[in-house]
Design a protein around this ligand. Structure first.
Ligand code: PSU
Ligand code: MN
Length: 335
């Protein structure tokens, strides 16, 4: 209901095509082709669990070859836990839902030569037949268009520190306010302003739930000092929450915050110190806007000699595990 008319129309077209004319393939959104992989298409038409995955984490979030290895492992974890992975990206101007191994490899080797694609960039990348690695916001849009309610990432974007003057607020937050997809994430990084991020999500009407904890996690560490008022303790709890949000047609997304596994949270203080250094350098070098997150991620990894990357990989895999179980629980609930 909150979507702009074009997207609403596009999703109607796609859902008609996907419900009535499954043999019509690939589906078209308002005249533009969109490619749903045969595996994802089949799972969706059978009502089987599917987990959507983003691709900026592959192109901009991790260095090669860790990005490719992680992407493959994350897909395997999703499969081993009863769901079909649907990694989302734009290749040669075509939005793809579910990538082949070749396509994953292409994206991983393109790295930052792929365009980091948030909501505002989608039309430009499609029109110029470019390669776009979709952020949380853009991936949520495509997941919603094809009817995937569960989406897994590492961390979402948020309100940047000094956001009250720069107005640098990730479009992930506004997307959560307008697209009914559940996002499974390890919270937000302390490179961001976590209290203001939670305030902004409240303004956007987004239900933020913590998974088996009372405190909102800070990506590399289990704690941010911020409490939220919704706690879930199992995949079934999550499924009921997500289902209620969908049935009520609230139109908003849900954020499920899963803390990093205890055994990987150890290096939190070292990483926190590196974050302070990286933030200072970003200000000195005047790195701002959509370049800031990739810069900080890469710099923190250098400064911690790979410790932050190892933690990052561990938490993404854990989120994939939890997300697959949530998708399976949601399918059971809807039977
Ligand atoms: N946070 C991370 N790792 C990431 C990102 C965020 O810990 O890779 C990526 C995600 O794709 C997210 C995007 O959607 O960065 C947010 O970018 P920005 O802050 O420019 O909105
Ligand atoms: Mn930004």
């Amino acid at each position: 209901p909150n979507s702009p008319p074009l997207i609403a129309m596009a999703s109607t077209v796609v859902s008609r095509l996907s419900n009535l004319n499954r043999h019509l393939y690939p589906p078209k959104i308002g005249g533009f082709a969109m490619k749903v992989s045969p595996e994802v298409d089949e799972a969706l038409s059978r009502g089987e669990p599917v987990v959507a995955l983003e691709s900026t984490i592959i192109s901009h979030g991790m260095p090669f070859p860790h990005n490719l290895e992680t992407a493959k492992e994350v897909e395997a974890i999703v499969r081993n836990n009863g769901a079909v992975p649907a990694t989302i990206a734009i290749l040669d101007g075509v939005p793809c839902i579910g990538l082949s191994l070749e396509e994953l490899e292409r994206l991983a080797t393109l790295g930052t030569r792929a365009k980091k694609t948030a909501r505002r960039d989608i039309a430009h990348v499609v029109a110029s037949r470019g390669n776009g690695a979709t952020t949380v916001s853009a991936s949520m849009i495509f997941a919603s268009m094809v009817g995937i309610p569960v989406f897994v990432t590492g961390g979402i974007g948020g309100v940047h520190r000094h956001g009250e003057t720069t107005m640098d607020i990730s479009s992930d937050l506004t997307e959560l306010g307008r697209t009914p997809v559940a996002v499974i994430s390890a919270g937000v990084k302390s490179i961001l302003d976590i209290p203001r991020t939670l305030e902004y999500l409240e303004t956007q009407g987004v239900c933020v739930a913590t998974y088996m904890t009372n405190e909102f996690p800070a990506f590399f560490t289990e704690k941010s000092g911020c409490k939220v008022n919704c706690r879930v303790d199992s995949p079934e709890d999550c499924a009921r929450l997500i289902d209620a949000n969908i049935q009520l047609k609230l139109g908003t997304g849900t954020l499920i915050a899963v803390p990093i596994p205890k055994e990987h949270a150890a290096s939190g203080n070292v990483i926190e110190f590196a974050i302070q250094t990286a933030l200072r350098e970003a200000r000195e070098k005047n790195v701002t806007g959509c370049a800031e997150t990739p810069f900080l991620l890469a710099r923190v990894n250098e400064l911690t000699e790979g410790a932050s990357l190892a933690s990052n990989i561990a938490l993404v895999k854990n989120n994939a595990l939890v997300g697959a179980k949530i998708a399976a629980a949601l399918t059971q609930l809807r039977k």
